[in-house]
Design a protein around this ligand. Structure first.
Ligand SMILES: [Zn+2]
Length: 757
């Protein structure tokens, strides 16, 4: 045993804090540039002026505000001298028996290059969610595109054509992008796609997705972008999640591309509070910096060949990326395993390690992870019990969510200390540390199967750590200070790589799944273990006090910032359902818990199904009786009704009632949609459910087939955005706004049509 100086414990704590902070700093956003910035670089303040127009009000497809935004973008691009068009196409996507479709109005503006190899397609969507001005999502992308256009037209001509594509109907299911990718005849001339999104209103812009065979584009991205933030694990995690962006619709085209977005400030996502005033200008600056630098770089690059072997990549500090071929992955994993075995064998031979101690380390590591997850679960339940209104937000992410990350960190460290500290005097920490690393080694092998290019996240920190362990075990005669130095060096790579993931995963999953973030803190335990005795030496209760204090302070600060205000409003969901078949009306709220405002409309104490109103609905909702009202409803016209080979084929036209932005349609058994506007349903798909978005006032034509015996019915629920003011007897207080989704601030009107001869 070595005698430990008190100094060493303090150094260890300071070292961990310093390296963690250094790992976090690159995730900060750049300083926004002023409007007076020279027209060679992107200015967030200039883009903000565009954003104020684009995100002045909610502008979901089919609304008058949407038309205003479209005209603004169109006029701006035209004025800048770009070849600008609005393309009107039907977007269509099929999912088993359901189809979604819509009348899309994409804006395409081309800046001609001097000698184009292939075009660069820069893309963002200009529609917003119905209950959100969409400043970040995706006004930030649109505003950045307009600022980029203005800078490019002032600068030297680029070689390649730059196509600026402002897509429509993204929010309802990527329909604008689908229509464009499906039928834009010049797509074969596109060599690179750059898509820009936002899932919150702050944080740095991550390039979270690439096309396949990404070697060339990742290397060029790393060279082109001012501050590239990307890694192959984030990409693998994104692939596992149900999220999609417009970029998804271009995957099948085989065109190379990159997808970037900022994701912090998740409470503002799809919210009425996603306004130009609330957007983080640093995020807008970073998004714009990326867009401008990448457009310029790819704009001058020969894009005829953009595919090369897949790579593993990750950002380290500001503007540096480590990139190596995916084919190195398995050799590096094998090397890690072999080195690990070698260290264990040498350690056992030299009697520096004991098998029983290694096993103890392995077992204690599993126990500490389990305790950590258990404690976090308890605290998560407690927080949500005290604050049921958090569940009104995506992932239970209220505005103060960041404070709770400190509870997750504190609870994980608390578990680490209470599990391992009792043993550090009895069992060698090196044995326990290596024993726990064995679990990480097993994980590398298992994860290689699931997250193909993401296992670097484990073996890259393990490799240097195992080598340091080798030195510590074989050079026992080295002075104590070298051993202490070794203990600290072990921590550098894990902290640098994992601290961003602790933050990143908490931002993504927040209080709905805080364990995701905790796992990366737990992974640190084997590396923290060798430094634990030094800290314990300062005072035996010091480690547990630090962890406990983190939790307590985080919970107090979290609770004291838990109320909703005008600046940080509660999101609340309420809609009005009118059943014209039965002449009944009801209030519906899909929230998990009612809030003070919805309670004024819905007085029941339990939730219930709404399948008597909304076909095939399985969820439980809050519902109560509502007064009847008069609304303009959709008309139906039979255009054609023929029988060929015992199949009845009819074409109907739905002429939407004023203000109707969605037509939800259900056909009775045996009847199927065959054509929607000009788009034919592919193959023999039996589509009986259709959601049609943003119908033109002139109407939507649908072709339906059915066998002769049946007289089919068509159930229609049309949706109008905004609840009639006469019905809203208790208007929203100023600290509550309408939340997101189809069952919020909408009027749903149901009517069943019999399609008789
Ligand atoms: Zn979006």
């Amino acid at each position: 045993m070595y005698t430990l100086s008190k100094f060493q414990g303090l150094i260890s704590i300071a070292f961990v804090a310093l390296i963690s902070w250094m790992a976090y700093v690159p995730l900060k956003t750049p300083t926004p540039k002023t409007a007076n910035e020279a027209p060679t670089s992107f200015s967030a303040h200039r883009a903000l002026e565009q954003l104020k127009v684009i995100a002045a009000e909610p502008h979901s497809s089919g609304t008058p505000a949407h038309k205003k935004v479209r005209n603004y973008i169109f006029d701006y691009c035209k004025k800048q001298g770009l070849d600008t068009r609005v393309i009107n196409q039907t977007g269509l996507r099929q999912f088993r028996a359901t189809a979604i479709a819509g009348n899309t109005l994409n804006i395409i503006a081309t800046l001609k290059g001097s000698n184009s190899s292939k075009a660069v397609l820069v893309m963002s969507h200009y529609d917003s969610q119905p209950n959100s001005p969409g400043a970040a999502d995706d006004g930030s992308g649109v505003a950045a595109m307009l600022e980029t256009i203005s800078l490019l037209t002032k600068g030297p001509k680029l070689k390649n054509d730059i196509i600026f594509l402002f897509t429509d109907l993204e929010e309802v299911g990527l329909l604008g992008a689908e229509a464009f990718a499906n039928s834009y005849e010049e797509l074969t001339n596109v060599g690179m796609i750059l898509n820009y999104e936002a899932r919150g209103n702050s944080g740095a812009s991550f390039t979270f997705e690439t096309s396949t065979e990404n070697g060339f584009i990742v290397r060029t991205f790393s060279a082109a972008a001012e501050k590239p933030l990307a890694n192959s694990l984030a990409y693998e995690i994104y692939k596992l999640m149900p999220n999609d962006t417009d970029f998804t619709m271009f995957k099948n085209t085989g065109i190379s591309g990159l997808n970037s977005g900022f994701i912090d400030g998740f409470s503002y996502y799809h919210s009425m509070a996603d306004t130009p005033e609330n957007i983080n200008l640093g995020s807008l600056q970073h998004q714009g910096d990326l867009m401008l630098s990448m457009t310029k770089y790819f704009g001058n690059l020969d894009l005829t060949e953009t595919k090369s072997e897949d790579v593993i990549f990750f950002s380290l500090f500001n503007g540096n990326m480590i990139i190596y071929p995916l084919s190195w992955d398995i050799p590096l994993i094998v090397l890690t395993i072999l080195l690990f075995i070698m260290v264990v064998v040498i350690g056992l031979k030299k009697e520096q390690l004991k098998l029983i101690h290694l096993l103890a380390g392995f077992g204690l590591f599993i126990a500490s992870i389990a305790v950590s997850i258990g404690l976090i679960w308890v605290i998560q339940q407690l927080i949500l019990m005290l604050n049921p209104h958090y569940t009104n937000f995506y992932s239970n992410n209220f505005y103060n969510a960041g404070y709770y990350l400190w509870s997750v960190i504190g609870l994980s460290l608390f578990s680490f200390v209470i599990i391992f500290q009792p043993f550090v005097k009895k069992i060698s920490v090196l044995s326990m540390s290596l024993g726990s690393m064995a679990l990480l080694i097993v994980l590398v092998v298992v994860l290689k199967y699931f997250i193909h290019s993401g296992t670097f996240i484990l073996y890259v920190p393990l490799l240097p750590a195992i080598l340091i362990m080798l030195v510590l075990i074989t050079k026992t005669q080295l002075p104590q200070r070298y051993h202490q130095l070794g203990n600290l060096l072990l921590l550098i790579v894990p902290l640098i790589l994992w601290v961003p993931f602790v933050y990143f995963l908490f931002v993504v999953f927040s209080l709905s799944l805080p364990y995701a973030s905790a796992i990366f803190i737990c992974f640190l335990f084997p590396f923290l273990l060798p430094s634990l005795p030094a800290v314990t030496q300062l005072h035996r209760y010091l480690p547990v006090s630090i962890a406990g204090l983190m939790v307590i302070v985080s919970l107090i600060v979290g609770q004291s910032s838990s109320s909703y205000t005008k600046a940080e409003p509660l999101q609340s969901q309420l809609c009005y359902g009118l059943n014209l078949d039965t002449n009944e009306a009801m209030w519906i709220s899909p929230q998990e818990h009612q809030d003070e405002w919805t309670k004024q409309y819905i007085k029941t104490s339990t939730t219930a199904k709404i399948d008597d109103f909304y076909p095939n609905s399985t969820h439980q909702y809050w519902r109560d009786k509502a007064p009847l009202t008069n609304v303009a409803t959709t008309r139906i016209e039979m255009k054609q009704d023929t029988v060929i080979n015992n199949v009845r084929r009819m074409t109907i036209k739905l002429i939407p009632g004023a203000g109707t932005t969605v037509l939800n349609l259900w056909l009775s058994e045996g009847a199927y949609f065959k054509q929607i506007d000009k788009r034919k349903i592919e193959g023999d798909s039996q589509i009986s459910v259709l959601r049609y978005y943003a119908p033109e006032s002139s109407g939507v034509e649908l072709t339906i087939i059915t066998d002769l015996e049946a007289i089919p019915t068509l159930e229609l629920i049309e949706s109008k955005w905004g609840i009639n003011e006469k019905l809203l007897t208790s208007p929203l207080p100023d600290n509550i706004v309408f939340g997101t989704g189809g069952f919020s601030n909408s009027m749903l009107i149901k009517r069943t049509f019999v399609l008789s001869y």
